[in-house]
Every structure is written in C-alpha cells, then in structure tokens.
Write a protein that binds this ligand. Structure first.
Ligand code: CMC
Length: 434
C-alpha cells in the first residue's frame, strides 16, 4: 500500500515539501525545514492546551470519543468492570496482559504487603490543620514519601521501578484513609492483610472499636468497580503531568504528587466535588430549568458535563449509573440523584448541549454514589486519585522505557518586547504602572 504523505506549499517562496504521514500524524519536527531564509528558525505548530497534538505513542488506553468507547489494553471497560477486580486491572495496565491465577496471587500479595506507611509519615500527616483539604494532604504526603525512599530516584532500574509501583498502589488507600480520619479527628487504622484492596480501604476509613471490620460486599464491589473505571484515561491533564514531570527523571513519588495536584483542579478530577456543590446549589428538581438557563447565558459550566475527547455519552458514566442502583439498595437513595437525572434529561434535549456534544462524564454520577456511601464531597477527588495511580504509573513506565521520549519541553510564541535600552531606577520617572 502506498504510504500516505502530505504536500505543503509555502506561499512565501513557492517551495514545496512532502512530509510522511504516520498513524494519522505528521512529525512537528518535519515542519522545521520550512523556512523563508537561512536565518528563519523554521515553522512550528501552535497548539495551546494540546487540542490536536499527540505527545507520545501509547499502548495502554484507547478512547474513541465519537463512539463512546474506552478500552484498557484492548479490553472494553464494560467487560473489565463486570469480570475483574481493581488489582487485576491495575496489573493489566502496568504489565499489558491480564494476570494468570498465580501472577494475580503474587501481585495481590505484594501490593497487600506494601500498604503500611512509615510511622514518620503518620506524624507528618498529624501536622495538618484539622480542616485541611484531603487532596492537599494527599499531594503533600505522596511527595513526602520521596524522602523515605531515596532509591526511587533510580528510575532506569526495572526492579527498583517495580518496587515503587507496589509501594504507590499499596499505600495510596492508606494515605487517603488517613486524610479522612484526620478530618474527623479519629485515630488512624492500620491496614488489614486479610482483606481485599477495597475492603481494606473501607476498614481503614470506617473501623471503630469492633475487633474485625466487616465491609458490606455490595459496597466493596461498587468501590472496586469505581476504581476500575477511574484507573486510566490516556493523555488527560494529570497523566500528561505525570509524563511531563517524570520526563525530567524526577522520582515516581514526586511525579505522582504532581499528577495528583493536576487532578485536584475542578476541570479535571475535582469536578466530582464540584458536581455535588452544584447539586446543592440547585437544591430541588424544579429549579433545574432556571439553572440550565443560567449556564447557557454564560454563567459558569454544568459540572460533570462535557469532555475534551468524548463527544458522546462517557461509557464510564453509564456503568456508574448502573452501579448507583446497587449502592442505593444498601444505603438508600441519595435524593440528589433526582436533581442529577433531571439535569441530564433537560440538558440532553437542549440545543446548546446537543450542538456542543456535551454529555455527562464520569464525574457526574460518581459523587452521588460516594456521598451515599458516607464520604463528604472533599474526599471525592482523593477517591479518584487512588485508582488513577495505577494508570499514572503505567504511563510513567511506558514513558521511561520509550527511546523516543526526552525531557518534555514545549516551544512558545514570544509576544513580548524586542530588546530595549535599560533605564536606571533614578531616571524612570513617577508613572504608576499596575
Ligand atoms: N457546561 C456548559 N458549557 C460547556 C461545558 C459545560 N460543562 N463544557 C464545555 N462547554 C462549552 C464551552 O463553553 C464551549 O462553548 P463555546 O463553543 O460557545 O465557547 C464548548 O462547550 C466547548 O468547550 P471547551 O471548553 O472548548 O471544551 P474543552 O475540551 O476545552 O473542555 C472540559 C473540556 C471537560 C474541561 C469542559 O467540558 C468542562 O469544563 N466541563 C466541566 C468540568 C468537568 O466536568 N470536568 C470533568 C471532565 S471528565 C473527568 C476528568 O477529566 O477528570
């Protein structure tokens, strides 16, 4: 088959260039040869927010945003959510294949035996103010782990990398649970190795004085499904941060802390908390039309709606809606669901949302489930960060081992002053500048 090429004619001088097209992309560096003269730097692309730029080759997650398809390593998200545990999916993301029974057994054993935090970390966390936001605590604590495991800087050693992956996936629920208990002023609960990943997390969150915590199996499974749905999502803002910071050869604890910081923003993982705040602000079903009108007039955004990649229903939102039904059978129905359903119904019939292809995303319903389970909205993004750690690490490892990757460093279009004459302070006059 003839290889696809792109012909470019430069109107400045009539010169033409033929660029190879591979995987639907041209290499941005191929544009550099397009110059108007020997002093010309060459052509660059301008793409604020990377809306049309592939920054890597990746074999981890596939999204078809127009058709609402999400796959991890070629497996549809719906299949994984139905048949797998979160740790099985984490293994798939990291290693590229689903584990055999014995591989899964030793993976679960290894993760389970890396859930404890160094006692100094516990002390460090005690220093946070009683009402510190859990995401701020999580970001800082993950960064602090870098001081405990200095060998993690040895990022080109596969065994060392693997060790840090076990530590990060293992310790994330422990840190998350500690942030929760800290806010409530409750003593920290140590991990219990008899329990599954999500049951152990629930144990560290909610155990009181009983000798053995019994997690509700429906809620534990729901949490595991939510973890699967949030585990990876190709080159989103936080994953791009993980790759960008990691490309400077920063250790995985600091890189993960940076990724978690990106996740905290309300346009990214922080949207699940923002949805609950929005539903509270709306207050009741009958106020939904007025709220939608306000959004259309340009006052804010409908949180939990819209996506850079999905121009169709987010497949994760569908599974979350189904999971919500299971959870509500145990916890009772969260009254906010009615407001959310009405919001979705009205928005999906409205020209503003139809034309812009704005559908509910993963964050629209997840918070309603989390709240029914007993989490306050401040914890929601922390619950997103736990499973996304597996995705960040899979992407980080892929980046480290990709010979094409270098330190991440975009170009800019300089719009400032040309070279100016310096004026000494005493001669600068009295003009007031802001
Ligand atoms: N409510 C109202 N209008 C919206 C929304 C929204 N949620 N999202 C996008 N639009 C409008 C936007 O104003 C723009 O309109 P116009 O063409 O008239 O200027 C148009 O739709 C295109 O939007 P955009 O801002 O150019 O799209 P983007 O790809 O830059 O942003 C987004 C994607 C997810 C940041 C955005 O849709 C948004 O802010 N949504 C609300 C926050 C949210 O739910 N974030 C979670 C995303 S999914 C999970 C995750 O990443 O963590």
């Amino acid at each position: 088959m003839k290889e696809r090429t792109l012909k470019i004619v430069d109107d400045a001088n009539g010169l033409s260039y033929t660029l190879p097209v591979e995987n639907g992309t041209i290499r941005a560096m191929d544009l550099r040869q397009i110059k108007t003269g020997p002093d010309d730097f060459g052509l660059m692309t301008y793409d604020p927010a990377f809306t049309n730029t592939a920054s890597c080759r990746s074999s981890i997650t596939y999204i078809d945003g127009d058709r609402g398809i999400l796959q991890y390593r070629g497996y549809p998200i719906e299949t994984l959510a139905e048949h797998c545990t979160f740790l099985e999916v984490a293994y798939l993301l990291i290693f590229g294949e689903l584990p055999t029974q014995s591989e899964l057994k030793s993976w679960v054993y290894d993760i389970t035996h890396h859930t404890m935090l160094h006692e100094t970390v516990k002390k460090f966390m005690e220093g946070f103010r009683y009402n510190a936001h859990p995401m701020g605590m999580l970001v800082s604590t993950v960064a602090a782990l870098s001081t405990i495991y200095p060998e993690s800087r040895n990022i080109f050693d596969a065994a060392t990398r693997h060790h840090q992956i076990l530590r990060l996936i293992g310790k994330m629920p422990t840190i998350a649970a500690y942030t929760y208990r800290h806010q409530l002023g409750l003593p920290y609960i140590y991990p219990d190795n008899d329990l599954s990943y999500s049951e152990n997390f629930m144990n560290m969150l909610w155990k009181m004085v009983e000798p053995k915590y019994q997690a509700n199996p429906v809620l534990a499974r729901a949490l595991d499904i939510l973890f699967i749905l949030h585990a990876d999502h190709e080159q989103n803002c936080s994953t791009n941060t993980m790759r960008c910071v990691g490309s400077a050869q920063t250790d995985p604890f600091l890189s993960t802390a940076a990724a978690a910081a990106a996740l905290a923003g309300p346009l990214h993982g922080g949207a699940n908390e923002a949805v609950l705040i929005m539903l509270d602000e709306i207050g009741s079903k009958d106020k939904v039309p007025a709220y939608v009108k306000k959004i259309k007039e340009g006052h804010g955004k409908l949180m939990g709606f819209g996506h850079r990649v999905y121009k169709n229903y987010d497949p994760r939102a569908k599974i979350i809606k189904w999971t919500a039904e299971q959870v509500f059978e145990v916890t009772g129905r969260n009254a906010k669901l009615d407001i959310a359903l009405e919001l979705e119904r009205i928005a999906l019939q409205d020209d503003y949302f139809i034309q812009r292809k704005l559908y509910p995303n993963v964050d629209f319903y997840s918070g309603i489930i989390y709240q029914a389970m007993g989490f306050n909205p401040e914890m929601f993004t922390v619950l997103f960060a736990i499973p996304r750690t597996a995705g960040w690490l899979a992407q980080w490892q892929e980046m480290i081992t990709d010979p094409e990757q270098k330190i991440s460093r975009p170009r800019q279009v300089y719009t400032g002053e040309n070279t100016r004459d310096f004026v000494p302070l005493s001669e600068r006059g009295t003009a007031v500048r802001r």
